[in-house]
Write a protein that binds this ligand. Sequence first.
Ligand SMILES: [Zn+2]
Length: 187
Amino acid sequence: MNNGRGQFLVERCDWAKDNSKLLIYHDKEWGVKETNNRKLFEKLSLEIMQAGLKWTLILDKRNEIIKAFDDFDIEKISEYSINDINRLMSNKNIIRNQKKIEAIIYNARICRSIDLKKFIWEPFNYSRLDHLLHTGDYKYIDSFISKYVLQFKRNGFKRIGNKTLYSFYQVIGVINDHELKCFYHNR
Ligand SMILES: [Zn+2]
């Protein structure tokens, strides 16, 4: 699209236009295929942290959260003790929700014994799904996501609900939910 001044205007998903932080996140990270186990664990944990809160709050605190959780090193977190829970609960710069923190530690112990990348991507044959969304279509699709939620639950993961998992799958690119009009849809 040309705005008449010779500048090329990039069309984006509607939600990304709300503020500059969301816009950068949308352009650089959202929906980019992620296969690194540590990054997958980090992104899953951030989705757990987000539940019930605004994503922009997580973006604001993200660097502090990553620092507080040892760069989401699965081995390190799986060995966290009550002292670490107390340390995290007294850190004002992160999300201080004990149930969420405990779930992340618990999930790290599971991730130590499975290959998270394989666990996530194998059911999709390592390729992306495309829901061919139009503006306003945003909704998590229970009938689609519930069987994958069950898979996580059967393996013992905590605090993985339909919304959390669907959002995670959007972020890591399992599902391409960029709107069809969005410049990044065919990235
Ligand atoms: Zn988009």
